[in-house]
Design a protein around this ligand. Structure first.
Ligand SMILES: [Ca+2]
Length: 410
């Protein structure tokens, strides 16, 4: 996302659509207020526009706190009111979840291990479901010499420890990154207790190594591992992983055909949502199912991108929603299905953003038909969404270094 967004910003400034975006940003954000509702059927998109005033805003959740390039917001289910923010350069900071919080001390600092810049860095954090008992948490970061993604575990000396020793690191997975971009990076525990890992296609443009369609690569995938197992060293393979038994892919692969699934999340119905960043034209939202092929690089969104020389697979799963690069939209940031209480009108809707335009939308999808509504015309440079203990939804503004929360004005 990041470098593409910056490049496109320059392009945008030269284009008519870009000027409109610039005007929205600096002149009249209120007039661009989210009032557009669009529907898509999964196969035959239809479009309908309605006017409906939006009273939803993203406001500074912690006015006295600023972060350096935040890319993750989460909590530990540790019985405290703490939340954690990941800074891309390689730090995790923690603080009491209060609007009056005045300091956010460093919980873990691995900046010396992390290669940071563009789309590289410390990109994901997930606490073990039994963190209170074992002190384990998991991160995903990029490093140099050689350039690799590392998925590793750290251990807090106690659930209430205020900082963690970097020397407690145990590496679970490591794999080569042929290019610096498209590193995915999200890690999260599913309702099944397994760790899900989003990886990018290895980078460059157009997936030159065709990693997305290669089930024997960890790139361009959602992976799923059992962190409580040991058969692979420091993890195991869930027995029902789609290729665990048949040898038709690496056993860690859960789903494939992804380009850069920048942020994945589970909802209350155990659906796994992904925002998959597109190449030059189309951004997509997917619901990820076990063994599914999400099409990249054969397709970008629902459009052909690079057809294979041989037979085209017939089982590609199309996005449940897609949008094109126009009006400043360039790079999707996948979000969460809203289950908080601050904005009742968003309950059950998938909230996501475009990193470049800063727009935030609410998507209603039942698998057959999707309805999308812009709710905020420009929230910021939204790099990630996250929840607190009460399932309230927060947004990370990478450029401003702020954590925002959704609020409705009645
Ligand atoms: Ca796709």
């Amino acid at each position: 996302m990041f470098s593409k967004a910056i490049t496109s910003l320059v392009v945008c400034l030269l284009a008519t659509a870009g000027f409109a975006w610039l005007a929205n940003k600096f002149i009249s954000p209120a007039e661009a207020t989210g009032s557009e509702q669009v529907e898509q059927a999964s196969l035959l998109p239809s479009f309908r526009k309605e006017s409906a005033p939006s009273a939803i805003k993203a406001v500074d959740a912690y006015p006295k706190l600023t972060f350096d390039a935040p890319v993750e917001y989460t909590y530990a289910q540790d019985g405290t009111n703490r939340v954690f923010v990941v800074e891309q350069a390689g730090r995790i900071r923690t603080f009491d979840n209060s609007a009056n919080a005045t300091s956010a001390p460093v919980y873990l600092d691995i900046r010396k291990k992390v290669a940071y810049g563009g789309e590289m860095g410390l990109l994901g954090l997930a606490f073990h479901p039994k963190f209170r008992e074992n002190g384990y948490f998991y991160v995903n970061y990029t490093k140099s010499n050689p350039r690799e993604t590392i998925v590793s575990r750290f251990k807090a000396s106690s659930p209430s420890a205020t900082s963690v020793d970097p020397a407690t690191e145990v590496v679970l997975l490591r794999f080569n990154q042929p290019y610096s971009n498209h590193n995915g990076g999200k890690v999260l525990f599913g309702p099944d207790g397994y760790l899900y890992i989003a990886t990018g296609d290895g980078g460059s443009g157009g997936d030159p190594q065709n990693n997305g369609q290669n089930r024997n690569s960890w790139l361009g995938k959602v992976l799923r591992i059992d962190v409580n197992g040991t058969e692979k060293g420091h993890y195991g393979i869930p027995a029902d992983n789609p290729f665990a038994q048949d040898g038709n892919g690496r056993p860690e692969v859960f789903a494939y055909g992804l380009r850069n699934p920048w942020r994945i999340s589970f909802d209350d119905r155990n659906r796994l949502w992904a925002g998959d960043v597109g190449q030059n034209e189309i951004e997509e939202i997917d619901i990820i199912t076990k063994g599914g092929n999400y099409g990249w690089r054969i397709e970008e969104g629902r459009e052909p991108y690079k057809e294979p020389d041989g037979k085209k697979p017939v089982d590609l799963i199309e996005p449940i929603w897609q949008y094109k690069h126009d009006n400043g939209n360039v790079s999707v940031t996948g979000g969460n299905v809203y289950r908080g209480s601050a904005v009742p009108s968003l309950k059950g809707k998938y909230i996501y953003a475009d990193y470049a335009s800063g727009r935030v939308w609410a998507l209603d999808a039942d698998g057959k038909r999707a309805t999308n509504r812009e709710i905020i015309p420009r929230a910021g440079s939204i790099s990630a969404f996250g929840e607190d203990q009460k399932k309230e939804l927060y947004l990370c503004d990478l450029a401003a270094g702020k954590i925002l929360k959704l609020s409705s004005e009645l």
